[in-house]
Write a protein that binds this ligand. Structure first.
Ligand code: XIL
Length: 649
């Protein structure tokens, strides 16, 4: 392959989904990522890679992702066999590395995945970095994911394996890089000291407990929810074999730091191993009396073990999760749980949880509980079960929301609806996506979205605090924007739904919670301001001045990702704008966010999108784009905004 540019980092997939973007508009500008390993195999050696067992590794010129060489693994006799590289001493605990590898089958097709094997005191654990991804012999496929080592280890290896076959495959152009962490801000109020009406929590993985992340967590939060570590697939992966290796370190951290723990979750239709729903005949369960007995028995055994393991350390359990489906006539989700047992799985789960953990508050948890139809089905279900004597103590509202939805009125109705039931209420998984549809993608969160998000956090927390007689805790689904499930759900793109940015610095959203008077409105027009700016009275098409910041945020052989921030530094508001520059190295823009792009030869012209045309004096907006390059990728020397030459920062 060609020499990787210094900024080599985020190799993006062919679909140009943005896997890794780290800047936010109101944060300190990110420095260039630091690359800690590259393997291009161009020197005709295996560059330190080794098989995981007796398979054969050899440099190959049969295919190459870049240049003429790749690495071929052959002679595999098990799917877990594949190329692996020692990264002990290369990866530091607490640092988030972005690992990228290109994979191509030598023949046939399979799913490939990227993982890390780590050993502590001789005991092996396997962390998946990128899950099963379809790979064929016809094309290179990129696997890119983030990995943070959260434990002390004595062995650490990155490896690639496949899901089903033992076919030979190639890898090429492997990189790992990180953006240096910034110290946590210690001179800002702690969220937990500002919001004193109820405990405030965050969902965590091991990565949130170490170094700066751990400091941010304990500074601001009273409680934690293990985001995945207590789910069935983590705690009972095979029948009656209980493993707490994921959750125990999180529990120990919580205990050592005086954090309360929400247990999530004992029963769910997702992240439950398939054996749970497999009948004695080895077939997926159908609704028979025999299967019902078997399934309820497994449920009881699971809860007895998991809830007992943690005893009084877990004060709240999500006993059942997401049981409602408002599109069904009776409002019940048609999970295997329901199909085989009816409502009995819910009755059994609460009965057993109460028996094993009598001290714990027992919750029924769901998303979209602000949607009236769903809310009403949930209400009716709880009412019925409570009347039967099922020990339900509280309702959990997940609150996975976005900057436009839901309304405050619907959110308030969500809370008032459940008050007659005399149960507690908790906000259990709040995050506020910057996206309002699945088709949007921003490489960098636009300032106006972050501002809107700040207002949503401000208004929602004000509402929750008004209802503090009902609400006994509010948990956010994550600590900071560097690790959020919304980066891959419902589609893969960088989201920024939390209070702290990718470098752990306080966002506008944080101020929305901690002190709304400090929300910065000058960085960008607030939605109401931009709506009231009339192009005919307050616009200009050219005089004044501007400043542009151009950055390459990721680069890989043949492609790159950039962002351009343009600030109106003149004294006159613009009602529409046109930004132009020259790509003198033959670069070509393939996709752009935050405006409409045309390119004619070297000349690139971007006109504003509908939502960011209004650029007040002192205002700024950001664009992101993907492009291709050959030979070199020079930074444009000059930019014009509405014909005026800008200062290049
Ligand atoms: C999510 C986790 O955050 C992800 O890491 C995982 O891949 C999928 O599940 N509702 C829930 C949570 O109740 O358990 C989900 O957590 C998010 C939606």
């Amino acid at each position: 392959m060609r020499a990787l540019p210094r900024l080599a980092l985020a190799a993006l997939t062919a679909a140009a989904t943005v896997a890794v973007v780290s800047a936010t508009a109101d944060a300190a500008a990110d420095p260039a990522p630091i690359t800690v390993l590259t393997s291009d195999f161009e020197d005709g050696t295996v560059q330190g890679w080794a098989g995981r067992s007796a398979e054969t590794l050899a440099p190959s010129t049969a295919v190459a992702h870049g240049g003429t060489n790749s690495l071929l693994v052959s002679g595999r006799t098990a799917t877990w066999q594949g190329p692996s590289l020692d990264v002990f001493g290369t990866f530091e605990k607490g640092t988030a590395y972005t690992i990228s590898v290109w994979v191509r089958m030598a023949s046939g097709s399979d799913n490939a995945r990227l993982s890390v094997e780590r050993h502590t005191a001789g005991v092996a654990s396997y962390d998946q970095v990128v899950g099963n991804t379809a790979v064929t012999s016809g094309a290179w496929v990129n696997l890119t994911g983030r990995y943070t080592l959260a434990a002390d280890v004595d062995l650490l290896r990155v490896y690639v394996e496949t899901a089903s076959t033992t076919e030979s495959f190639h890898i090429d152009d492997v990189t790992a890089a990180y953006v240096p962490a910034l110290p946590v801000q210690t001179d800002i109020p702690s969220v937990k000291d500002v919001v004193t009406e109820f405990p405030v929590g965050a969902a965590i993985t091991g990565a949130e407990t170490v170094t700066e992340h751990g400091r941010l967590l304990t500074k601001h939060f009273d409680s934690v929810t293990p985001g995945n570590a207590l789910k069935w697939d983590a705690t009972e992966p095979t029948e009656n074999t209980f493993t707490y290796t994921q959750a125990d370190p999180l529990m120990a951290f919580a205990k050592a730091n005086g954090l309360a723990v929400r247990g999530h979750t004992l029963v769910w239709h997702n992240q439950t191993p398939s054996w749970v729903f497999t009948g004695a005949d080895g077939q997926p369960m159908t609704a028979t009396a025999e299967n019902k007995t078997l399934l309820l028995g497994r449920l009881e055994n699971h809860i007895r073990n998991v809830a007992a393991h943690y005893g009084t350390d877990i004060g709240v359990w999500d006993v059942v999760n997401e049981v409602i489906d408002e599109s069904q006539p009776d409002g019940m989700r048609r999970s295997t749980w329901y199909n085989v047992t009816g409502l009995d799985y819910i009755r059994t789960a609460f009965r057993v949880a109460r028996e094993v953990a009598p001290h714990a508050k027992l919750y029924i948890n769901d998303y979209n509980t602000n949607v009236p139809a769903k809310r009403d089905f949930l209400f009716t279900l709880i009412q019925q079960l409570k009347a039967e004597g099922v020990p339900i103590d509280g309702v959990g509202h997940q609150m996975h929301i976005n900057i436009n939805w839901p309304s405050l009125v619907d959110t308030e109705s969500m809370l008032t609806k459940f008050m007659p039931l005399n149960i507690d209420q908790q906000i259990t998984e709040m995050d506020v996506s910057i996206y309002t549809s699945n088709s949007e993608t921003f490489p960098t969160p636009p300032a106006d979205r972050l501002l809107k998000q700040a207002y949503v956090y401000r208004d929602m927390f004000a509402l929750f605090r008004r209802y503090s007689s009902e609400i006994t805790s509010v948990t956010l689904w994550g600590l900071a924007d560097d690790n959020t499930w919304l980066d891959t759900f419902p589609v893969t793109r960088k989201d920024a739904p939390l209070l702290f940015d990718t470098r752990l610095q306080a966002k506008q959203a944080y101020w929305g919670v901690a002190d709304p008077t400090k929300i910065e409105t000058s960085a960008s027009p607030s939605p109401s301001v931009s709506a009231s700016v009339s192009p005919s009275t307050s616009t200009s098409t050219g005089t004044g001045s501007c400043a542009v910041t151009y950055r390459v945020t990721g680069s890989w052989p043949g492609g790159f990702q950039g962002d351009v921030k343009v600030a109106n530094t003149g004294g006159v508001a613009l009602g529409s704008w046109k930004l132009a520059w020259q790509f003198t190295g033959g670069q070509q823009v393939s996709q752009l966010w935050g405006g409409a792009v045309t390119q004619s030869g070297a000349a690139v012209t971007v006109t504003n999108a509908t939502w960011n045309g209004s650029l007040p004096a002192g205002g700024s907006t950001s664009l992101g784009f993907l492009g291709s390059w050959t030979g070199s990728n020079p930074v444009p020397a000059a930019f014009t905004l509405n014909g005026t030459t800008c200062t290049v920062l």
